[in-house]
Design a protein around this ligand. Sequence first.
Ligand code: ZN
Length: 331
Amino acid sequence: MLVAVAVLVAVGCLTLGPPGPVADGRRAVLAAVGALGAPWLGTVHRAQVEAVANVLLFVPVGALANLALPRRGPVLPVFLGAGTSMLVELAQTAVPGRVPDLADVAANTVGTVLGVALTAVLRVLSRRAAVRRRAVRPRRPGARAALVAVALVLAVATGCSSAGRVPGPAGSAGAAPTTRGGGHDLTAEDGWLPDGEVLSPFDEAPALTRLDSTLRTAVQDASRAASADGITLSVTSGWRSAAYQQALFDDAVGEYSSAEAARTWVLGPEESAHVRGAAVDVGPTDAMYWLSWHGSDYGLCQTYANEVWHYELTVERGGECPPPAASPAGR
Ligand SMILES: [Zn+2]
């Protein structure tokens, strides 16, 4: 039972605790996987790693539920695992930085089924051994079921109370920076913005003031015209220091397991137009679409097909934008 409680508390912490350590762990796993260098590993992506982790996480849950519950078949333990997963997803709606996902419940349930199957096989094997010894001990299924219920309640309560204390990325916005670049904490002086924060094109932050002045003026002019159409155009990222760009690139290498794969989304400081002050990322979605339609009036063009938010001053005002490159890597 102690093991059961420990497993359920661990599940609660992993799924409802701060997302930071989990993200760090995932990066470490992906980096380790990337370091192995097998060709097929290059295609391992974050979603696949998460799905596997979500399956593995619930194997012990299924195994323990099956061992601890009275033996009435696999339905009840599987139902318990799936129910726990749904409770976790429900609780995640209250945790900043956590996104509930039905795919997680599916993966968790698969893990539970695996755990139940594993223990069923072990049980058959041990029963054969027991029959051989003719020494089957009496069982008290009622007491065991009560202990499982207590363990589940404890685990969920622990998870929920820790969730309440977690300062998520949104909660820490404007406070200490969370990203590190070149050994120092990134600040507004690097063009860094806290997660979820955006700038008006008219703000005086370094992310904007260190942009190429022609680009900055073009974005401001576009923003005025967008306002007239009822669209608020925000800048989600502008000029970035080399340290900031390097930190973004390092994160992407961790996430996509190789520098080559990372370049599909993020370039290093030597190549990035953001570091030269020659690119802005805009939002929200309606502003991206507005700019895709009207940007060329201001010389602003989307330069990468896979980044609908990324604009550079590519043509004269009123010119025709060239077709975007497939990705930053394909330029
Ligand atoms: Zn960009």
